[in-house]
Write a protein of this length. Structure first.
Lengths: 115, 110
């Protein structure tokens, strides 16, 4: 399967600061990337879908001004959590869509802790 | 009603047991059915996928889809401690938009 990396793997930041998470597809071009959030012992919650070169589509209830998504190239998407608060602490996972309908390759996730 | 229902467990079995994991769904338009395995603090990895109804086997893993009952299963034969993880089912109608179950936590005891 394809390889997707995320950076950083974990980050601790102070309340009110912004944090950027990078998601890269290393060996294929991903026209679509997805950003998920996962709370402990819960499933993946889709936050937004981003297509290269266009604006991201956010799921209902996700603040687009707080979670800024940029998908500037076929191999890189970024999620910026702006003015982070402790309730934003979570595990953020990206995935990259491949050619087939079942293909969605996940990154290893980023553990964000806001103090 | 959620699109996809999955018993969160936890499920604990002895090594060598046959494990059965299941999901039910409500949207009859789902055509693609996937099973992902997620180790603690890691991203999910694709285990198996099935298109439409039927069975698919890969080593110790068998995926079954029964569209008439809106029910999918993943069987793990000769379970190993390394199979201890959370198993997520996922489904899609078309394209990459997936609907995930909540995941079932499995522990295989040596």
């Amino acid at each position: 399967g394809a390889v997707v990396s995320q950076h950083p793997s974990r980050v601790i930041c102070k309340s009110g600061t912004s944090v950027k998470i990078e998601c890269r597809s290393l060996d294929f071009q991903a026209t679509t990337m997805f950003w998920y959030r996962q709370f402990p012992k819960q499933s993946l919650m889709l936050m937004a879908t981003s297509n290269e070169g266009s604006k991201a589509t956010y799921e209902q209830g996700v603040e687009k001004d707080k979670f800024l998504i940029n998908h500037a190239s076929l191999t890189l998407s970024t999620l910026t959590v702006t003015s982070a608060h402790p309730e934003d602490s979570s595990f953020y996972i990206c995935s990259a869509g491949g050619q087939g309908n079942y293909e969605q390759y996940f990154g290893p996730g980023t553990r964000l802790t806001v103090t | 009603q959620k699109e996809v229902e999955q018993d969160p467990g936890p499920l604990s079995v002895p090594e060598g047991a046959i494990v059965s994991l299941n999901c039910t769904y409500s949207n009859s338009a789902f055509q693609y059915f996937m099973w992902y395995r997620q180790y603690s603090r890691k991203g999910p990895e694709l285990l198996m996928y099935t298109y439409s109804s039927g069975n698919k086997e890969d080593g110790r893993f068998t995926a079954q889809v029964d569209k008439s009952s809106k029910y999918i299963s993943l069987f793990i034969r000769d379970s190993q401690p390394s199979d201890s993880a959370t198993y997520l089912c996922a489904m899609s109608v078309y394209g990459n938009q997936f609907y995930f179950g909540t995941g079932t936590s499995l522990t295989v005891i040596p």
